[in-house]
Design a protein around this ligand. Structure first.
Ligand code: NDP
Length: 299
């Protein structure tokens, strides 16, 4: 029997670091040429630890490439009206190229109302209806950072996508749905046949087993098991979960939506957690901020 090829573990840290290096060089040249650095802002409401960590990593990454980064913090009891005023302010401040409003927001605030208020030209998360609409139409748009990062990973590893059956599990507005759209675009690096699954999907295992490329964005720890994956498939794991672990100093370790240890025995390529999709999300946010600074999406 022919020996199966060894699985390639996709190194998101390396790809993200190369991309950040390119961004850093471009910013250094801008500064040398007398231009301002791009400025990324973040709005953080309340003190959700995951949001705190995420915003802190964005700040650190922005500084590392030479961007200006600022965080606007508000208590969890800020009113919707007050937050809309913050958004108005960020929309009008010419020093800020792009900003994100960190989700989730407290229950008394309508997230859609806030997102719809963001100036699309500063929407570096790609969440506004204008950017989502343009993405669907295949027009220049700020792309949601996580699916954008996954497209970059597939490209970097020269994983053929055209004509392949891609199965995306999860249809959230920020990951699963835009992922399914990007993969199905009539473009180089895409052109896949896509199936989008969710909690009402019947025969999920049968569908995932038919995937050449399987993207797991479910939000359930180690949900995708080896018997749900075809031999030789490419598996991209978006999930991030903290599992309690008394052997670690931190008290936890991270896992994804995929049972990595078992699934990797069957795959041709797989992303680990941590070190797969996560680092790409931040790198793509920085790329979007640079594009916003250069007015490339909205000239
Ligand atoms: P959401 O909770 O918004 O969406 C989860 C999706 O999974 C929903 O569409 C849901 O279906 C579907 N789903 C839930 N249970 C099942 C099931 N049993 N069978 C099939 N489908 C199911 O999550 P997100 O998209 O925001 O995030 C997904 C994961 O990715 C999370 O772990 C999150 O932490 C992580 N994440 C990681 C990022 C990174 O940078 N690495 C960035 C963003 C998220 P339905 O629509 O029917 O409810």
């Amino acid at each position: 029997m022919a020996k199966r090829k060894q699985t390639v573990i996709i190194d998101g840290r390396k790809v993200a670091s190369e991309l950040k290096e390119t961004i850093k060089k471009e910013i250094a040249e801008m500064i040398d040429g007398g231009q301002d650095s791009p400025h990324l802002a973040a709005v953080l409401v309340g003190n959700d630890p995951a949001s705190e960590t995420y915003v802190a990593s964005k700040e650190k990454a922005a500084h590392a490439v030479g961007m200006i980064s600022s965080t606007y913090r508000y208590p969890a009891d800020i009113t919707e009206k007050e937050l809309l005023e913050v958004v108005d302010y960020l929309n009008s401040d010419e020093e800020i190229d792009g900003y994100i409003v960190q989700l989730p927001l407290p229950d008394h605030i309508d997230e859609n109302k806030i997102i719809h208020h963001i100036n699309p030209a500063k929407d570096v998360d790609g969440f506004t209806p204008e950017n989502v609409g343009k993405m669907v139409l295949g027009q220049p748009a700020f792309l949601s950072a996580t699916p954008y990062g996954i497209m970059e990973l597939l490209k970097y590893y020269k994983i053929p996508v055209a004509g392949k059956h891609c199965v995306v599990v999860g249809r959230s507005n920020i990951v699963g749905r835009p992922m399914s759209i990007l993969l199905s675009q009539k473009e180089d690096g895409a052109n896949a046949t896509v199936t989008l699954c969710h909690s009402a999907t019947k025969n999920l295992e049968e569908i995932t087993r038919s995937a050449d490329i399987l993207i797991a964005a479910i939000g359930k720890a180690q949900f995708i098991k080896a018997d749900m994956v075809k031999e030789g498939a490419v598996v991209i794991d978006v999930g991030i979960h903290r599992l309690k672990d008394a052997t670690r100093k931190s008290g936890y370790h991270l896992v994804g939506d995929v049972d990595f240890k078992e699934v990797m025995k069957k795959t041709s390529f797989i992303t680990p957690v941590p070190g797969g999709v996560g680092p790409m999300t931040i790198a793509m946010l920085l790329k979007n901020t640079l594009l916003a600074h250069k007015n490339e999406i909205y000239p």
